[in-house]
Design a protein around this ligand. Structure first.
Ligand code: BT5
Length: 330
């Protein structure tokens, strides 16, 4: 059903002009009544379709409102988002992700909301998720991996977001360890990975992505305005949220599939390519000491590797990093 509608849209969009009901019914091998019924469903999803006698149908405009259907039509993925649930408003897509996981929903299920009332970051921090301005979504994954590899999924997701921005703009996205996507030192996106594991096996992961897309500066809360931004602010143009979600999901699927096949090495390479302050000197303070270090890269367990001026290397899991002049401060 849904794929027929997708084909209908493709045919209409390809033609630009009118396409007769007969032509559509021949191409799709369905009755003309079925074509007419599908057109009515498309209208319900926000498509404006003109029907003119003897000429046929023409799309006047596509919906700017996201729906589960319209998101799936242009998706072109094999498994990611093949089950996709869209809400106008939820407390947190993470919560729904966990509920769906416990109901046994499959690997690749995606939950998206236009707005979140209680969007969350790490350590119960708040994530601002205003209506229709960004991408607030959670992906349910059931990877066949030991729990110690879960941090790799966060790093992988960050590279996906960076690659998406690089593909669509001439901006220079960077990933601040471990999970922030920065553009020009400001955070446009954050990732929250929550895992349920048993014995030596991940049961499931709910991977949350929050991305500021179409906020203007005055729509970013004042207390974070100095350190947060949106794709619109940075690129100077409005973004199509639906297409952006589709691009992220496509890239995510490709990146994830090659990660499963080939391991972490490629993700590590890409992450380090985008890594914020990698190769540069920063100040690190831990409980024990404060020291100057050059950030070198990431480790397979998700740690950040740093080298002091005597050449000693250390793996950092959670350290206070002073990101430097003009740098981002969490
Ligand atoms: C994160 O946490 O960066 C992870 C954010 C994950 C949000 C997604 S949205 C879909 C899914 N459903 C959820 O409920 N969550 C996930 P963390 O590194 O702890 O950063 C949180 C901090 O970022 C806050 O304390 C603020 O300082 C700042 N912040 C809050 N909202 C922001 C926003 N919209 N843009 C940029 N920074 C923000």
């Amino acid at each position: 059903m849904e794929s027929t509608r997708k084909q209908l849209i493709d045919l209409l969009e390809k033609e630009k002009g009118y396409v007769s009901g007969q032509q559509l019914s021949d191409s799709l091998n369905i009755s003309r009544t079925a074509v007419w019924k599908h057109m009515n469903e498309l209208k319900k999803d926000g498509y404006q379709i003109e029907a003119v006698r003897k000429k046929g149908y023409k799309i006047l405009s596509s919906p700017d409102k996201i729906s589960g259907n319209t998101l799936q039509w242009g998706l072109e993925t094999k498994w990611l988002g093949q089950k996709l649930i869209h809400f106008d408003q939820v407390e947190s897509t993470q919560e729904i992700g966990h509920q769906l996981a416990s109901q046994g929903k499959p690997h690749g299920t995606v939950v998206i909301a236009d707005a979140q009332g209680k969007g969350r970051g790490r350590m119960a921090r708040n994530w601002h998720s205003p209506k229709g301005k960004g991408i607030w979504m959670s992906i349910l994954l059931r990877p066949d991996l030991p729990p110690m590899r879960a941090p790799q999924l966060t790093l992988l997701a960050a590279t996906v977001l960076a690659k998406m921005v690089r593909e669509k703009t001439n901006l220079h996205p960077q990933i601040k360890w471990p999970n922030d996507l920065l553009i020009d030192h400001k955070k446009v996106s954050g990732i929250l990975t929550e895992m349920q594991a048993e014995h030596d096996q991940i049961q499931y992961v709910v991977l949350g992505i929050g991305m500021n897309v179409n906020q203007q500066l005055n729509e970013i809360p004042q207390d974070i305005r100095h350190k947060a931004s949106s794709l619109k602010i940075e690129s100077g143009q409005e973004w199509d949220i639906q297409q952006t979600i589709q691009s992220i999901l496509r890239l995510f699927e490709n990146t994830y599939d090659s990660y499963v096949e080939q391991g972490f090495e490629q993700v590590k390479k890409e992450w380090e390519h985008f890594g914020y302050r990698i190769g540069e000197e920063v100040t690190i303070s831990t409980m024990r000491r404060e020291w100057q270090a050059t950030l070198i890269g990431i480790e397979p367990d998700g740690a950040l590797r740093a080298r002091d001026k005597d050449g000693n290397e250390e793996k950092l899991y959670s350290a206070e990093i002073h990101w430097g002049e003009g740098g981002y401060h969490a």
